[in-house]
Design a protein around this ligand. Sequence first.
Ligand code: UD1
Length: 372
Amino acid sequence: MKVINIVGARPNFMKVAPLHRAFSRHKDIESLIVHTGQHYDFQMSGIFFHQLDLPEPAYFLGVNNGSHAQQTAGIMLEFEKVLVAEEPDLVLVVGDVNSTLACALVAVKMHIPVVHVEAGLRSGDRKMPEEINRIMTDAIADQLFVTEHTAVLNLLKENIPTAKIHFVGNVMIDSLLYCLRSLDRLVKSEDEQVELENYILLTLHRPANVDKSAVLIKVLETIRKLTQLQKVIFPIHPRTLKNCEALGLDADLGKIKNLEMIRPQGYREFLELTRDAALVITDSGGIQEETTFLQVPCITLRESTERPVTVEVGTNHLLPDWNAESVLHLAQQIINGACKQGRIPELWDGHAAERIVTILREKYINSYVCDH
Ligand code: UD1
């Protein structure tokens, strides 16, 4: 069986790495990686291949700019050529980025079964491009692998047949455990804890938070207030940096004392920063899950989350309609110890990729052997 795994943007690499490893353990499976090129800077892409032991992609499509339509269409045109050349048995897509939808759409039209990993998540906010990508990809996928129970319910509401839906856990956590094990230590001693947990880690890149000048000014104000509480470490996303520069706000950021602005971090470096933070403030999807697993408190600056388990079970606090005062108030409470402990969600145990491969072998290899 030949499987093509799609990666495009930063949050894809850590999801595909454990799947590629799990596929590669079986002699009857050939696993290829196709990189669409959606993210292209070394810090946004190359470093992840290196740190996650991913092989060089078999194809690099090099589609990295333009509007959503241009990017999606560009990936479709290039990926179609790959499918004609390779004739795979399955195309596997992860998450919710433009590459996910673009490649799923090409495959399904060529009658190649599509596997969607991290299916069924819904924020309910159709203004987010990711929400459209999720809904569309789930509607055309043949096998849907989900990370939390609410995702199963979301898919059933959209009339996806039960037989296609599989609750298997979270491949992101497979990668997290894979890398944490090789970091120098998992558990902090009490002394280290005092020394380490003295900063807030901040990441922001969603268009809703960084594309409009009024909101970016609010971000700046929030950072100023937070730095009075603790040091703030801010690995700045290219989108956020470009917008700050365009609005001339980068100089103001540079002047804030107790703010450490750093370039986007590699996977391992970011995990270490997360593990050792007093608090993480973010608008990312995956970081809500990583903090939940690491039991580090998290504030999510968004109107809704597609990952409710991180709030209901984990350490995540959703803060809609936020402003500098409300962020500071909640951050203060958390740092003073008034935060929930959180538990690790069901099946987030480092074995999701193995479960997925077992199910796919059962469906696409064993059943084929039985039928013939
Ligand atoms: C994309 C995903 C988002 C994901 C995020 C993670 C979609 C619709 N969005 O958003 O779901 O959370 O990635 O990072 O697929 N840029 C660089 N270097 C790069 C990549 C991007 O400079 O390696 C610049 C681009 O030129 C652009 C900006 O960053 O100016 C934004 O990139 P874009 O592709 O729109 O997506 P993200 O905001 O990264």
